[in-house]
Design a binder for this molecule. Structure first.
Ligand code: GLC
Length: 601
């Protein structure tokens, strides 16, 4: 039947939630109210992350760290995939390849690099071998059972494996305790993979649907449940167990968990990525719609394997383009399969390295903007990466291109529109449809006339446009979020309607922001020809930020050099006539303040 959308289930009724909006943002906020929001992540998780299946020795990890720092690629994390483990057994370390893991963690930490370890859920079926996760799990009766009451054993990376029954709170607590050693030595984040769960020799590559779980936790009547009932929430419960376990072990540190499987509401415990993509132009393009949809579905933190996981080695050009787009995605992680040649940012011609570095740097300069978006996501559920229609529903509805922003273009927050070529490999020009007039090229400051631009693809350019009315906080370049930026906070103002922006800062890692140690400050501007007023609202929270001064840059300033005052006191204004940028350096206002820029006398 046309115009009919049908839902159903094989086994019993479904609860339906209809969210009427009316605006798309109302729908997203109401969905967040229902399912929860993604909490503020540690700031380092917004940095660039380097992964591979697998960096197999401490020496190799050191080489990767040296590569990042030596090539001046800003970066915050290195991942260890299953290869760091003894015989692929979760919660073990191959001591011949990693003789001193605590030492390695400290060494990386000194370089501003955080270590993330994979910790898959399948526990090796190893009775009587002194493998503690199996022995303690067995003692706690933690594993999923066959209908006849015996333990189910299926094959995954370690060979024969058993599967924790995360539907019991006692099992989730037991799981959380497995992290004690890694948490103590300062491993920063954890990766829950294969948790659909993936079972190589299982029916449909997962657990048999008739396996028996036991729901047992506060608020629920204890009962048995088949795997058919639990299957869709299994990955969510796995990542919840990880997150809650880490919080118990490090009660004042924001956990970072990356999960492959989850469910509605799973954003409360983990970030996600799009799984095993492959190195093709198609899959690079597909990432945009997948990540935009994940954002609308509550997952503010999602990424895709930069360069592609499987398949042939990406061409230098494909990898470069992937870095360009990845720099504007919420989770920015380069990852590749073990069957492939190296795929780090420096692989390939020097020109490609230079371009990739430039985009990673652009992301790091935008960290204050990203962090303010993270704060907003944690409170409202609005995603970081957004379809254009979320911000501009009317303009998109009125446009001939109704899919604007769904398939190719996307917004990073309310202010930046990113417009990769819809077919990345094609040199053919393409049209970028903007939601209205007055937008500015983020890189060149060129003002777009009208509401569309024709882009002719060049390797070094990913088109990014700025909303008229944007106020975007930026920072001096750092090589890691562990480094305190030196110099002023930059506030880039693009005069226009609804001119507003937000500053957000805190210590980046602890939960002190929940106890008032944060800084949130709204900014508004109003503009008239040759004049502009920038209002700093009162600060919320009591955090003292890293910056001591603020450089306001007004973009697209037409006319003569103006005079300016901050709360009545004169401020120097420098006009660059060639770029039409007006720059003013202010002491950090620390509270409500008004910057008035007007014609000279
Ligand atoms: C799965 C994951 C992939 C990982 C591999 C080995 O395929 O999706 O990211 O590298 O397992 O752990």
């Amino acid at each position: 039947e046309r115009n009919t959308l049908a839902f159903g289930a094989e086994d019993g009724a479904i609860d339906y939630y209809v969210i009427a909006g009316p605006a798309p943002k109302d729908v997203v906020r109401a969905y967040a109210w229902l399912t929860g929001t993604a909490p503020l992540p540690p700031r380092w998780a917004l940095g660039f992350q380097q992964s591979r299946y697998s960096y197999g020795t401490a020496a190799e990890v050191r080489r990767i760290a040296a590569g990042l720092r030596g090539h001046r690629i800003p970066a915050d994390a290195i991942y260890l995939d299953i290869g760091y483990q003894d015989r692929n057994r979760p919660f073990t370390v191959d001591r011949s390849a990693f003789p001193d893991l605590p030492g390695l963690v400290a060494e990386l930490g000194a370089q501003g690099l955080h270590l993330v370890l994979i910790t898959d859920l399948h526990i090796a079926h190893a009775p009587g071998q002194g493998y503690a996760p199996y022995d303690s799990g067995e003692a706690a009766d933690a594993f999923v059972k066959n209908p006849d009451g015996s333990e189910f054993v299926g094959k995954v990376w370690p060979g024969p494996s058993v599967f924790p029954d995360f539907s019991r709170s006692a099992v989730r607590d037991w799981w959380g305790r497995q992290y004690a050693y890694f948490a103590r030595i300062g491993v920063a984040g954890f990766w829950n993979d294969m948790n659909e769960p993936s079972v190589f020799d299982g029916p449909a590559s997962t657990l048999p649907l008739d396996l028996v779980h036991r729901i047992d936790e506060p608020g629920f009547a204890p009962r048995q449940a088949s795997h058919a009932e639990i299957h869709n929430v299994y990955g969510l419960l796995n990542s919840r167990a990880t997150y809650e376990g880490l919080l118990k072990l490090r009660p004042d540190e924001r956990p970072f968990v990356l999960t492959r499987a989850s469910y509605a509401g799973g954003q409360r415990w983990a970030a996600t990525w799009t799984g095993d993509n492959s190195s093709s132009w198609d899959q690079l393009n597909l990432a945009t719609s997948m990540l935009v949809n994940l954002g609308l579905s509550g997952f503010a933190y999602a990424g895709d394997d930069i360069g592609g996981f499987a398949g042939a080695q990406p061409s230098p050009e494909l990898l470069t383009r992937w870095f360009e787009v990845g720099a504007f995605q919420p989770i920015f992680r380069d990852h590749a399969d073990n069957a492939k040649p190296a795929q780090e940012p420096w692989v390939g011609p020097a020109r490609d390295l230079e371009i990739r570095r430039r985009y990673v740097e652009a992301r790091y300069r935008l960290l204050p903007y990203l962090y303010a978006l993270a704060d907003e996501a944690s409170r409202s559920g609005l995603p970081i990466m957004r379809p254009v229609f979320l911000e501009f529903p009317r303009a998109v509805a009125a446009s001939a291109r109704r899919n604007l922003g769904v398939r190719d273009q996307f917004m990073l927050g309310p202010d930046l529109l990113v417009a990769p070529a819809p077919t990345g490999e094609s040199p053919a020009p393409y049209t970028v449809q903007l939601p209205g007039p007055g937008w500015t090229d983020y890189w060149s400051d060129a003002r777009v006339s009208g509401d569309r631009v024709v882009e002719t693809p060049t390797l070094e350019r990913l088109p990014v446009y700025v909303r008229p009315g944007a106020i975007i906080p930026r920072q001096p370049l750092v090589q890691s979020t562990s480094q305190t930026p030196s110099g002023p906070l930059e506030i880039a103002v693009y005069p226009g309607p609804d001119c507003a922006g937000t500053l957000y800062d805190d210590d980046g890692i602890s939960l002190a922001y929940r106890r008032g140690d944060y800084l949130r400050q709204r900014l508004r501007c109003t503009a008239a020809p040759g004049a502009l007023t920038l209002d700093f609202a009162a600060r919320e929270g009591r955090h003292r930020p890293w910056w001591h001064s603020i450089e306001v840059v007004v973009h697209g300033w037409d006319g003569a050099a103006p005079q300016a005052t901050l709360d009545g006191r004169p401020v120097d204004a420098r006009l660059d006539a060639a770029t039409h940028r007006l720059t003013l350096v202010l002491p950090d206002p620390g509270g409500p303040a008004r910057l008035v820029i007007g014609p000279g006398h």
